[in-house]
Design a protein around this ligand. Structure first.
Ligand code: BG6
Length: 448
């Protein structure tokens, strides 16, 4: 295992949902796996006076490594005090320490924090890193402004933009699967693959996040980030096994070649809203989409003409994320399909045609299935990977600013069309099947 240099992890937003549900449990797991640096502290930033015990109740392991620091992150004057506090910890370590600022707060709050880290001199401190959570803007223009704001104070290699989907074990496995299986490596192109579907369906609704979701919607929440990244990992040239650092550049190239399928936006895009959404957000006029399906194509000669459909939604029949590759054949009874199960039941499945036992020459489709669950008891959580990689300065599973801009560019025509009218928004019942939704059978058109 690589030795990770000593680190201070400064969590802005320590009492928030993400820190509580994902970050702190991930740190606990990394500690149990023995993968934390030999010297490590968490500094939790909170506006109110909070104790480590209050943040990590009944958890002596976390409580022991956590120091709380009370400050108002909107107040530029307070960063000097924070700087002194961090210097103090560093002196106690007695050796150079990396400082990771994990900013897990809404974008309107994160931008001033980035500026204050810059003007206070904290950004320029050697070995300082900035970990940012999405959303990275709401459209191309706002993303450009954010990127400029960050570049004013941080070098690109100091910045770690998190898309936790990239850090999911099965997404990393997609890369290995493509690199390491000659059968699939050689057939991973338009000559063999007819179409690609990338589906992330969720059974949960918006879970009380009304204000956030009313400003966001499924296109910004999941398509711009997670689904376009899954598409990039599917379509990119998979670099050789030892060359993981080349992956962000390959993903970027894949994104730069993606665009909406030709024709009107309305032909290539379906958007929907689950039935009880308006009541849940207490906005009878809301036109925010909780479901999107859109079809893209790539100008990459390896993929020209292959439709790539991205589908996501909330309040659907089940939680599942998968990448489906439909192989070509003139006879559909001979076409194979490969499904990469990102979650749950992480693994891969390929359809095979077999002879049905008996006196006739009948064919029957069965599947060959590899499931991680049959071979390993647990898989690391994505946030464990995120934290370990950031501490190891490994950028391969983080999105660069150019990738963020490239993905907003792909969606710009959809956003422009949606700004003009919401007449195409359909309403669907909770529990709908996303694939039948794309054929319109579970949905009814709602023209306000
Ligand atoms: C987040 C979105 O980025 O991803 C949520 O903001 C969504 O709306 C979540 O529920 C899905 O993540 P996962 O890991 O549960 O599939």
């Amino acid at each position: 295992m690589h030795e990770v240099p000593p680190a201070i992890l400064i969590i802005v937003g320590i009492s928030g949902d993400l820190a509580q549900r994902k970050l702190l449990p991930a740190i606990r797991q990394i500690a149990l796996a023995g993968a934390l640096p030999h010297k490590f502290r968490i500094v939790g930033i909170s506006r109110q006076a909070r104790t480590a015990k209050g943040i990590a109740p009944n958890d002596a392991l976390l409580e022991d490594m956590l120091d709380m620091f009370q400050m108002d992150v909107a107040d530029a004057g307070e960063y000097q005090r924070l700087s002194e506090y961090l210097n103090h910890i560093e002196q106690a370590f007695g050796e150079p320490v990396q400082r990771l600022f994990y900013v897990s707060v809404p974008p309107q709050v994160s931008q001033p924090i980035v500026t204050h880290l810059g003007t206070s001199g904290l950004a320029a401190h050697p070995r300082t890193k900035l970990l940012l959570e999405k959303p990275f803007g709401v459209d191309m223009t706002s993303a450009e402004t954010l990127v400029r704001g960050i570049r004013a104070h941080f070098a690109e290699d100091q910045v770690y933009r998190i898309d936790h989907y990239l850090a999911k074990e099965m997404v990393q496995n997609m890369i290995v699967f493509r690199q390491s299986n000659a059968l699939f490596r050689r057939t991973w192109n338009k000559d063999f693959i007819e179409r690609i579907e990338i589906i992330a369906s969720e059974a949960i609704g918006i879970e009380g996040r009304a204000t956030f979701y009313e400003q966001t919607g499924a296109l910004r929440d999941v398509v711009q980030s997670h689904l376009l990244q899954l598409a990039a990992v599917t379509l990119m040239d998979a670099p050789a096994a030892e060359n993981w650092p080349a992956i962000p550049q390959e993903r970027l190239r894949a994104l730069q070649q993606l665009r909406l399928a030709p024709g009107a936006v309305t032909d290539a895009v379906i958007r929907g809203q689950y039935h009880s959404y308006k009541t849940e957000v207490a906005n009878p006029h809301s036109a925010v989409e909780t479901f999107v399906s859109l079809t893209l194509e790539s100008t990459d000669p390896a993929w020209r003409g292959v439709p790539i459909t991205l589908v996501t939604g909330k309040a659907l029949h089940r939680k599942t994320t998968e990448v489906r590759l439909q192989y070509r054949d003139s006879d559909t009874n001979e076409a194979n399909r490969l499904v990469l199960h990102i979650q749950p039941d992480e693994g891969a499945e390929i359809d095979l045609w077999t002879k049905e036992p008996g006196y006739e020459h009948k064919r029957k489709r069965h599947s060959l299935h590899f499931s991680y669950g049959e071979h390993y008891t647990t898989l690391p959580e994505a946030y464990e990977r995120v934290l370990v990689d950031a501490m190891r300065s490994d950028h391969s599973l983080f999105t660069s600013s150019d990738e963020v801009l490239a993905s907003w560019r792909i969606l710009a025509p959809v956003q422009a069309a949606w700004d003009m009218s919401s007449d195409d928004l359909i309403t669907y019942e909770t529990g709908a099947d996303p694939l039948s939704m794309t054929q319109g059978s579970h949905a009814s058109t709602n023209r306000p």
